[in-house]
Design a binder for this molecule. Structure first.
Ligand SMILES: [Zn+2]
Length: 324
């Protein structure tokens, strides 16, 4: 039960320091996806809007926390994949003073979401898109800020900086918060689920969701993010991680393994099934090497959705490589 106003909804909010709250959006399962609420002085900003079905909970949480909707200055989506931006249109309707901040390549897709819906339908099927994402509402152009690389926006007595971050998607930026020396990384710093934490720390998994995986761009993006010497990364999947340097290396190794696996299977019959089998085996061996003792069935439950998406995305990448 996670009805607005219940203890359960308060329990899904975690204070991660520096005026930042991590809010479980309860997509698919607990601790799969989150958004962040930054409070700085009189200003509030959401990072990620989650999906439309989660929007009433976000609004209820503002009420519960005694935070007026009028104080929300920005809703910032790291990229326009629907688990991050699907709820943006609905959320913005309820936040009278907010601007929606999005990568310049993503802006037109939130103003007219028909291509996003078509793209997600191609991956998941139209029925599942309706069930998972609900109403994907368009946004008035006047309320949208397309944040260019290096652009800064004021928040409280500080500011947020937008850093173009291709690799997972070309419509992706990361958001630098100098006050906490942290990046809101969307999907660009991979996935790290708390169920897979061990004595060795948080586990790192690459995310190659269709259709814009670009390993070379991703390596350059990682170089650039690390040049800020970040202390924290705020992942959408899931939560704040602090072992930034080690996890960046794990991510680089994961990207390299995916390139190798995909390239070796490029000409395989039944390529998609073989890709899924190979990256599943890769994930299990990496998780076990990390010291995780979760039973196989539970591990499968945590990773299955992402591995399916990753296999699809690697197939798209191979097709794009072949076309060039
Ligand atoms: Zn994504």
């Amino acid at each position: 039960m996670n009805e607005p106003g219940t203890l359960a909804s308060r329990l899904s909010v975690t204070d991660v320091g520096h005026g930042i709250r991590c809010i479980d959006t309860l997509q698919e399962r607990p601790k799969m996806a989150c958004c962040y609420l930054i409070e700085r002085g009189a200003d509030l900003a959401f990072i990620e809007a989650g999906t439309a079905p989660g929007v009433p909970r976000l609004l209820a949480l503002l009420d519960e926390l005694g935070l007026a909707r009028e104080r929300v200055r920005y809703v910032i989506v790291t990229h326009v994949h629907l688990d991050h931006a699907g709820g943006a249109g609905l959320l913005m309707r309820e936040l009278p003073n907010a601007k929606l901040v999005v990568h310049p390549r993503g802006a037109r897709h939130l103003i007219d979401p028909s291509k996003l819906i078509a793209g997600a339908s191609a991956v998941y099927g139209p029925e599942a898109v309706r069930r998972m994402y609900g109403e994907i509402a368009p946004l008035p152009e006047a309320r949208v800020i397309a944040a260019a690389d290096g652009q800064r926006l004021p928040l409280g007595d500080g500011e947020l900086e937008f850093v173009d971050s291709p690799g997972h998607a070309r419509h992706h930026f990361c958001v630098w918060d100098a006050a906490s020396r942290g990046f809101f990384t969307g999907d660009t710093f991979g996935l790290s689920y708390r169920e897979l934490d061990t004595a060795a720390g948080p586990f790192m998994l690459v995310t190659t969701t269709p259709v814009q995986f670009d390993p070379d761009a991703w390596r350059q993006t990682l170089d650039r993010l690390m040049s800020y010497a970040p202390r924290h990364m705020y992942l959408t999947h899931y939560g704040r991680v602090d072992e930034v340097a080690r996890m960046a290396e794990d991510l680089r190794r994961g990207i390299a393994r995916y390139e190798l696996i995909a390239t070796e299977l490029a000409g395989a019959q039944d390529r998609r099934a073989q890709l899924l089998r190979a990256i599943s085996a890769d994930a299990v061996s990496a998780v076990r090497a990390h010291g995780c003792t979760l039973p196989d069935a539970e591990l499968q439950a945590v990773l299955a959705t992402d591995l399916e998406l990753n296999a699809q995305g690697l197939g798209v990448w191979l097709d794009q490589c072949a076309a060039h």
